[in-house]
Design a protein around this ligand. Structure first.
Ligand code: GTP
Ligand code: ZN
Length: 299
């Protein structure tokens, strides 16, 4: 008896427990996961066993480079696999939440994904002030790209080369405008895929993988409404300062090795804030994330 044929394919769309995969020749198959398991994500490379010309079963995922979780952390739902770049989209109007940039940067550091801060709507007069406010992140070494999605997305397109990227950002920052300019068929494709995978049912999580290599070498994008921001379920509290470049050099310099950087005497992080070298908002972000991670442990 010959062994059943298996293939390696990429998950290019996920809707709940239904998946669409793409073979190296870019032909596509609908897939389900074996049994009750559904711990696969858009972007995963998977081993599949075809059942017929249109359908296959996912046997297992190959090792992942990176993994992003949705933002309601304790459910730990995975959304995107093998992402190599996170483009954090902000705009001067409506005003963005600085905390979301901080969170996204920490998530990127935790997964070893390259972050890129994209300041959109630079055609607006308020852009200069936003740019100034973002200087702190640039000084920490994070790249910033200023553009106007309405005028020209070419500067972002160039930065996608060789990456599987995701765009994250609050509502109103211009993510859809950017995505539609980068992938003109995106709207139509989402509807087609929803029909194929979902037969009209309402689903809460879906994600889609778009090739952009007809425009930029080796570029792809994953889009999902669950990726407005994402969770840090897999990070340990003690790791947090090491994921913040302004606090990283201060690790191990507090008097107590288990310092939580709050009321403890001789805390190096608090001293940096008091000296004005690190903004108080960065320590507040660290405290909030510590609290969230501690709360998750009790679930
Ligand atoms: N002036 C200006 N407006 C822009 C630009 N890009 C997007 N907008 C506008 O900003 C608003 C929000 O853009 P969207 O692309 O819908 O934003 P989004 O981030 O996808 O937001 P949601 O759809 O709510 O998730 C729209 O009115 C866009 O026309 C830009 O470069 N300049
Ligand atoms: Zn401390």
């Amino acid at each position: 008896m010959t062994a059943p044929l298996t293939h390696i394919a990429r998950i290019v769309a996920s809707h709940g427990r239904s998946y669409m995969v793409e073979l190296p020749d870019r032909s596509r198959l609908n897939c389900s996961a074996r049994g009750k398991k559904s711990d696969f994500a858009c972007g995963d490379l998977v081993q599949i066993k075809p059942l017929n010309a249109e359908q296959a079963v996912i046997e297992k995922a190959l090792p992942r480079k990176t993994l992003l979780y949705r933002s309601d952390q304790w459910r730990s739902k995975i959304i995107a696999a093998n992402v190599t770049q996170i483009a954090i989209v902000v705009a001067p109007v409506p005003s963005y939440l600085d905390e979301l940039i901080g969170r996204a940067l920490i998530a990127a550091e935790a997964e070893d994904i390259e972050p890129l801060i994209v300041l959109n709507k630079c055609d607006l007069p308020q852009a200069a002030a936003a740019r100034e406010a973002l200087r702190y992140y640039e000084e920490l070494g994070y790249p910033l790209l200023a553009l106007s999605a309405k005028a020209d997305v070419a500067p972002l397109r160039e930065r996608l080369q060789g990456h599987i990227s995701v765009l994250v950002g609050q509502s109103g920052m211009g993510k859809s405008t950017l995505l539609n300019a980068l992938v003109p068929e995106a709207n139509a494709r989402v509807n087609d895929i929803s029909e194929a995978l979902d037969s009209g049912k309402h689903t809460t999580t879906h994600a889609t993988f778009y090739h952009l290599d007809d425009q930029v070498e080796g570029a792809a994008l994953i889009d999902s409404p669950g990726l407005q921001s994402f969770g840090l379920a897999h990070v340990k509290e003690e790791q947090l300062p090491g994921l913040m470049p302004d606090f990283r050099p201060l690790q191990g310099q507090c008097r107590f090795h288990n310092c939580r950087h709050r009321q403890e005497p001789s805390c190096a992080l608090k001293a940096a804030v008091e000296a004005g070298t690190v903004p108080a908002s960065r320590l507040q972000l660290l405290h909030r994330l510590q609290d969230e991670l501690a709360q998750m442990d009790t679930y």
